[in-house]
Design a protein around this ligand. Structure first.
Ligand SMILES: NC(=O)c1ccc[n+]([C@@H]2O[C@H](COP(=O)([O-])OP(=O)(O)OC[C@H]3O[C@@H](n4cnc5c(N)ncnc54)[C@H](O)[C@@H]3O)[C@@H](O)[C@H]2O)c1
Length: 341
């Protein structure tokens, strides 16, 4: 049954990023209300409850919450990555709509179980691909689709910064809990942006990983090359060890009729033959707030979101394939021609 507004949300995992989700809920009181919070940490529950400013019901166990508490239409899942899959499946079993932080889960087996569980339920599943709501991403997609740069040939998507957090003792420090390293974490954004623009299935993936700054088991830096089935070449550069390379852009697309590139809220458009790009200033928005409004619209209208479980599964598949590729490099020495240094 389609709920009526305001949509009653429970947040499962009230740590760092749930602050942005709670702010997004508070920004839309006509459409959204947070009725419940769940976390194993009392301190995190207290912080989020205080931010919301009313008294949502508090739980330590999401299964108990889903079984006992009736005032929930949908859940926001913002847990450590290894818990996403099981929490999504529990939410589906409890007939709740779902906004799940990235990644969808940490294995394709679990992703397929989620796809199957959702089939035919009528539930809305939306992955936390919040950068799709950035004006930069929307504007580039719109111009690309309207033919501004002709046929897309090459694109790059970058998300790099020096992450000051220390993950050595945190869940992000353990590959099994994180599901990999930086690529399945921050790099997920760069991956879904790339796939959104390329708009074709992935044909081949190759990757190189490095670990320079973070004491984690996985990589803290990833360089990924993707060949799409439509012939488009894509590149992802993502890092917690260094900033975006100077002079480059978060997103850069080259087509046979021009280029589109930009970072944050400044987009450049360079038609073929022009010597100077046009500079376009876009509005600054809170992507989490936009994302939540859109999620509410989708649930209240019973409509599939722009990205749902299928797209999220494809992003996960790309990342897991890239991770295998990075582990599978042949030692150069083995291929070196005889007699060469
Ligand atoms: N979209 C973005 O830009 C963005 C940014 C940061 C994080 N994230 C995603 O959000 C999710 C959470 O990341 P974070 O940085 O907030 O992590 P975090 O560690 O700050 O928060 C995770 C919370 O989950 C709680 N938790 C752990 N096990 C639990 C359990 N069994 N039951 C209930 N609660 C439990 C922890 O106590 C903690 O409060 C991750 O999926 C991450 O990738 C997204």
């Amino acid at each position: 049954m389609t709920p009526t507004p305001p949509l009653r949300l429970a947040i499962i995992g009230t740590g760092g990023i749930s602050q942005a989700h709670a702010a997004g809920i508070l920004a839309h009181p006509d459409r959204l209300v947070c009725t419940a919070l769940c976390d194993v940490s009392d301190e995190q529950l207290k912080q989020r409850s205080e931010q919301l400013g009313h008294n949502p019901a508090l739980f330590h166990d999401w299964r108990r919450m889903l079984a006992d508490y009736r005032e929930i239409d949908a859940v926001i899942i913002a847990l450590p990555h290894h818990l996403h899959g099981v929490a999504v499946l529990d939410a589906v079993a409890a007939n709740k709509h779902i906004l799940c932080e990235k990644p969808l889960c940490t294995s394709l087996e679990q992703a397929d179980a989620i796809v199957n569980a959702l089939r035919g339920t009528g539930l809305v599943f939306m992955p936390g691909h919040n950068q799709l709501f950035a004006p930069m991403v929307r504007e580039i997609k719109q111009r690309l689709v309207s033919g501004a740069i002709g046929q897309l040939r090459w694109l790059r998507s970058q998300d790099c910064f020096i992450n000051q957090a220390d993950f050595a003792e945190a869940w992000r420090g353990k590959s099994q809990l994180q599901g990999g390293g930086e690529l399945i974490d921050t790099g997920y954004h760069a991956a879904y942006n790339l796939m959104y623009f390329a708009a074709a299935p992935v044909a081949q993936v190759r990757a190189t990983f490095g670990r320079y700054r973070q004491a984690i088991e996985g990589e803290d830096t990833a360089s990924v090359q993707v060949l799409f089935e439509n012939g488009v070449i894509g590149e992802i550069l993502t890092s917690w060890a260094f900033a975006k390379p100077h002079g480059t852009h978060a997103i850069h697309l080259i087509g046979d009729q021009g280029e589109l590139f930009g970072t944050n809220n400044v987009l450049y458009y360079l038609p073929l033959g022009a010597s100077e790009p046009e500079r376009i200033e876009l509005p600054a928005v809170r992507t989490f707030t936009e994302q939540l409004a859109y999620f509410a619209d989708c649930v209240l209208a019973g409509q599939r979101p722009l990205h749902s479980v299928e797209e999220s599964r494809e992003v996960l598949a790309l990342i897991l394939r890239a991770t295998d590729s990075a582990a599978g490099w042949e030692p150069y020495a083995a291929k070196r021609p005889q007699g060469r240094p």
